[in-house]
Design a protein around this ligand. Sequence first.
Ligand SMILES: [Zn+2]
Length: 192
Amino acid sequence: MRGTRRLLARQLQGYITRFAAFVLLFLPAARRSGAACAAAPQDGGSSPASLILCRACGHELAAGADIRFVPSRLALSSRNDTSIGGRRVHIQLFENPGGHQFEVITFKRADVTHHWPAEPHFSWFPGFSWTVATCPRCHTHLGWAFQPSKWPDTITKTKFEESDDTFLALITHRLLREDFASSLMTPKSFKS
Ligand SMILES: [Zn+2]
C-alpha cells in the first residue's frame, strides 16, 4: 500500500515537472539575464575538457567539447562569448511565441531529461521538432532538444544520443562553467 502511494507520488511529481517545464517555456527568462556576464572567466584554459554544469544544482550536463554551433536563420541575433565554453562559443538569441527571449548555446550532447513527444510547431530550427529539456537532478528547465521533424515524435534517449541529426539548445544563464564554480568555493583559510 505504501509502495503504491509512493509510486503515485512519483508519477504525480513527473506530471508536475513536465507541466512546469512546459509552462516555463512561455514564461519570462529575463529574471537573471545578467548572470552569464557575471560568470565571465579570465581565461580559456582547458576549455574543451571543462565541464558545463546546471547553475541551479551543479549537475554535470556536458563538456566544453560537446558544444556544437548550429546556426539558425530564425535567430534574432548571434554573438560570441567565452563565459560558458571557455573558448569562443556562439550564442544565439531567440524569441518564443509569448514574446520571451532566450539566449542559447547549442550542444551536440548533454545529460538532460527529455520530455517527448516532440513538438514540430514554433521551432527555432526549421526542419526540427523540439522537446523541453530539464535538469535530471533538480528539474530546472534548461532549454530544448531538437530532432528531425520527419522522425516519430517520440523516440528513445539512445536514438537521440546516437544520431548526428540531433542537438540541444541550452539557456546560457542557466549554465555554469566548472572552473568558475570552483572559484566560488570558500577558501580553506576561511573555514574554522
Ligand atoms: Zn540542476
